[in-house]
Design a protein around this ligand. Structure first.
Ligand code: NAD
Ligand code: TYD
Length: 350
């Protein structure tokens, strides 16, 4: 059972699992919020080993029913409110989905599995943002499995809270849980509220490219395909009670990401070099904006033999190409509620 399977990372994971494990039944559970989109799963929806369940993870009764009716023996939990800026304007929604949602699933798993935990797994897909922020001038410092939690945003606090509950269910009830903490993902099907697809979409429309503060904040970028390969390994091989950090070893300042996106997108659109540079617009900084994230993924590399295979330049080019080849997908998503969100948040039209 994969929750949040109609979202960005979830849809890549569902696709990988459906194709790689024809003998499994993959149950995708999603409430189809603004971020969930069944179009992301078009190519697997008629696979014989795929089932979709339209349900809210906070609905304990529904979670229990779905688990029983499909004899679920493994859960990978990705359903979440995932955007930091939305968590600043509406923090309660994050407590509901990210904290109450994980509690409902943990409790359903405990009830349905009823102590028969052999061969069962509950993987909670978390974020590196639970660790707080690193200084920009200490490249020697990175987050690892032993870094204490110190979240700053309502989003990261809700994810940290979820991780604590997950750990508590392992310590208290022996539920076979595992936690993964991943850095910033990018790639096809990412909702265009996030930096990379937002910038590609705005370049396409010749609209301002909003850069928070001075654009000096650093993120560690990982191609989504590399993240879901790591989740597959962790789900199947990690010891119960363990945690794994996943990262791209690819730190970039936001302003450099925006410049790279301009270079690639202008080239693919046939624009002259630097055509979209004047669109860069510095805007008010995000409140509580974490300065830098960086992950040390050596435990995952050492224990499970994982390493990222898509380099950043290659991944960025693939991503821009995908958005330009799938403009209908973008146009549909950016037509309704997104416009309202954009106007509220940026004070202009997207
Ligand atoms: P996303 O916002 O693209 O997708 C979230 C999905 O969850 C959507 O399909 C949505 O419909 C569904 N959902 C939301 N509330 C739900 C509810 N109450 N019940 C059932 N489904 C619900 O998110 P994403 O970027 O794919 O992230 C997936 C997970 O990975 C999240 O838990 C996020 O915290 C984590 N994560 C994301 C990143 C990243 O860079 N995007 C990095 C590390 C970890
Ligand atoms: P985002 O994609 O929202 O991911 P996260 O906040 O989870 O890291 O943002 C990535 C970085 O880009 C972050 O430092 C905030 C910055 N950013 C902008 O500068 N402008 C924007 O319009 C957005 C959405 C993000």
């Amino acid at each position: 059972m994969i929750t949040g399977g109609a979202g960005f990372i979830g849809s890549h994971l569902v696709r990988l699992m459906v194709n790689k494990y024809p003998e499994y039944k993959i149950v995708c559970v999603d409430a189809l919020t603004y971020a969930g989109n069944l179009e992301n799963l078009r190519d697997v929806e008629s696979a014989p080993n795929y089932v979709f369940e339209h349900a809210d993870v906070c609905d304990f009764g529904a979670m229990e029913r779905i688990m029983r009716s499909h004899a679920v023996d493994g859960i990978i939990h990705l359903a979440a409110e995932s955007h930091v800026d939305r968590s600043i304007s509406d923090p309660l929604a994050f407590v509901r989905t990210n904290v109450e949602g994980v509690m409902s699933l943990l409790q359903a798993a405990r009830r349905v599995w009823n102590g028969a935990f052999d061969g069962k797994r509950f993987l909670n897909v978390s974020t590196d943002e639970v660790f707080g922020a690193l200084p920009a001038d200490r490249p020697d410092l990175k987050f690892s499995e032993s870094t204490p939690y110190a979240p700053h945003s309502p989003y990261s606090a809700s994810k940290a809270s979820a991780d604590h509950f997950v750990r508590s269910f392992f310590d208290t009830y022996g539920l076979p849980t595992v936690i993964s903490n991943c850095s910033n993902n990018y790639g096809p099907y990412q909702f265009p509220e996030k930096l990379i697809p937002l910038v590609i979409n705005n370049i396409r429309h010749g609209k301002p490219l909003p850069v928070y503060g001075e654009g000096l904040n650093v993120r560690d970028w990982l191609y989504v395909g590399d993240h879901v390969r790591a989740l597959d390994l962790i789900f199947h091989q990690a010891d119960p009670g363990s945690t794994y950090c996943i990262g791209g070893d690819c730190e970039r300042r936001n302003i450099d990401i925006v410049r790279s996106l301009i270079a690639v997108t202008d080239r693919l659109l046939g624009n002259s070099e630097g055509h979209s540079l004047p669109l860069i617009t510095y805007v008010a900084d995000r409140a509580g904006h974490d300065m830098r994230y960086a992950i040390d993924s050596s435990k995952l590399q050492h224990d499970l033999g994982w390493k990222p295979v898509v380099g950043f330049e290659d991944g960025l080019e693939r991503t821009v190409r995908w958005y330009l080849d799938n403009q209908q997908w973008l146009d549909r998503i950016t037509s309704g509620d997104y416009r309202e969100y954009y106007r509220r948040h940026y004070g202009s039209d997207c």
